[in-house]
Design a protein around this ligand. Sequence first.
Ligand SMILES: *[C@@H]1O[C@H](CO)[C@@H](O)[C@H](O)[C@H]1NC(C)=O
Length: 268
Amino acid sequence: MYFFILVLSLFIQESILLRIVKVTVPTYRVRGQTTQLECDYQLEGDILYSVKWYRDNEEFYRFMPKFDPPKHAYKIDGIKVDLGKSDSRRVVLQQVTLRSSGVYRCEVSAEAPSFASAAGEGRMDVIYLPREGPRITGNQQEGGGDHLFLNCTSGRSYPAAVLSWDIDGEKVTNPDHLIHYPPTAHAHGLVSVALGLLVPRGRSMQVRCTARVAPAWREGSEAVVGSRLSDSKEAMLLVRSAGAPLAPSAAAVCAAVLFLTSTALSST
Ligand SMILES: *[C@@H]1O[C@H](CO)[C@@H](O)[C@H](O)[C@H]1NC(C)=O
């Protein structure tokens, strides 16, 4: 009896020739981008019955060569299939949104007699780059006598931007000069962040706030992301003083001369 089962299972394994070579799902896409998912498989003599695509276990596309039409898309939240560009080995999604994030699985099945099936999957996260550069605001009252308080607020993004300040080209790392605020949640899962800075009064300087949205929040992502997906916007402020040392009342002399030069890296 056992021997029979063993032989049978060997026979079945032998006949499973269909296999997934590779399922290609981009790790990150920027909101609004068109996205191609690929499912590469080898039939090895089997006859294709169906190719089905799922997002978080919900089917959104199937290709069945025996059917007319062979392609069919199902409406699910955050997914718009471009049927014309999709086929038995790829599916094209139009204008991904934050709701398109998830685990994408491709499942390939063969016809009789093997009925073999194989599947592969990958996770895609959609990021939203801020529309505006960070904003620098000043506050004369805060900061005390020998310091001026500046506040930098990022545009809305997902994931949250990482802010940094630099003075005359040098990054501020002294925790005593940085004031962290909890992130602010907005509609559609977007987040803005703020970082305060205490700058010493009494000399002219160039102050810059940089907001970076690089999806490094998942480990091991660096290689996949490359530099194109990281977005960096910055705001610049020249703090001018009329000669040192400044009396606290002369704080008003510190003027925002230059405001907001936004250099966004292209995201496509
Ligand atoms: C700095 O900006 C953040 C966010 O806009 C705000 O919550 C905070 O109160 C501001 N700080 C000051 C001192 O204005």
